[in-house]
Design a protein around this ligand. Structure first.
Ligand code: ATP
Length: 237
């Protein structure tokens, strides 16, 4: 079966510094795939390049289509959506308006209201706070809003850059449970995480990125029991 997303021999440089080197990975439809690795491994760089926000060498295809000549907007229209690490929200605007911004590229306006209800059902806390300014939300609520806004674009593939960053363990659990539940609505996920344990517990398949290169890959079940990964990233419990 053709993968939904295929990244082939991709390299990305900042000037003379090559931050991502010859990386290949794929995401099958309906799967949650994670890229784990330490600070500075190149995870964000790879995601930004996939989205068209950084120049890359190599090939990225989505549903078999080469994305190299497509703008970021075109990629969003095809069904790709990135939730960046910084969860860039419009702080002065309400929760509801931030959510509606996620649907700006859609032409099926009638379905937007139904999707807004679906997001509120998934995140009741956003519903309670729908009139509140996004800037006043807690860290966990902001992450929910960033996820909810991404869902408002009806993505086929959601790229999540460190959704657990800076959140308390209980909230991390909640966020990862939500990510796992996206399978049920047919959204595939590419999940970038430093929190390797939580990521592998949620994902079907994983890749390990170190200093710009994929050094290991396998099913989450295999990776989570791998002695080297346990020693390096999984804290030995
Ligand atoms: P983290 O988990 O800390 O976000 P990461 O795995 O996402 O790390 P990147 O942010 O992709 O890693 O960074 C990869 C490398 O590229 C790092 O060495 C970083 O210093 C470098 N880098 C990132 N952004 C830039 C930039 N705009 N200009 C120059 N170098 C950069």
């Amino acid at each position: 079966m053709m993968p939904l997303l295929s990244i082939q021999n991709v390299s990305v440089s900042y000037g003379k510094v090559e931050a991502v080197r010859n990386v290949s990975l794929s995401v099958e439809e309906g799967r949650i795939v994670t890229v784990i690795g330490p600070n500075g491994a190149g995870k964000s760089t790879l995601m930004l390049a996939t989205m068209g926000l950084l120049r890359l060498q190599g090939t990225v295809t989505f549903q078999g289509e080469d994305l190299s000549h497509l703008s970021v907007e075109d990629r969003v229209e095809r069904g790709l959506c990135l939730v960046p690490e910084k969860r860039e929200l419009f702080h002065q605007m309400s929760v509801r308006d931030n959510l509606l911004l996620g649907s700006y590229s859609r032409s099926d306006r009638d379905a937007v209201a139904a999707d807004l209800d679906a997001v509120y059902l998934r995140f009741p806390r956003l519903k309670e706070r729908h009139r509140q300014a996004a800037g006043t939300l807690s860290g966990g609520e902001r992450q929910m809003l960033a996820l909810g806004r991404a869902l408002m674009s009806r993505p086929k593939l959601l790229i999540l850059d460190e959704p657990s960053l800076g959140l308390a363990p209980l909230i991390v659990r909640e966020i990862f449970d939500t990510i796992a539940s996206l399978r049920e609505i047919g959204v595939s996920v590419l999940l970038v995480e430093q929190n390797a344990r939580a990521a592998l517990e949620t994902a079907d398949y994983g890749y390990v990125l170190e200093t710009g290169e994929i050094v290991q890959s396998g099913t989450s079940g295999d990776l989570i029991h791998d002695p080297r990964l346990i020693a390096a990233y999984l804290g030995g419990h």
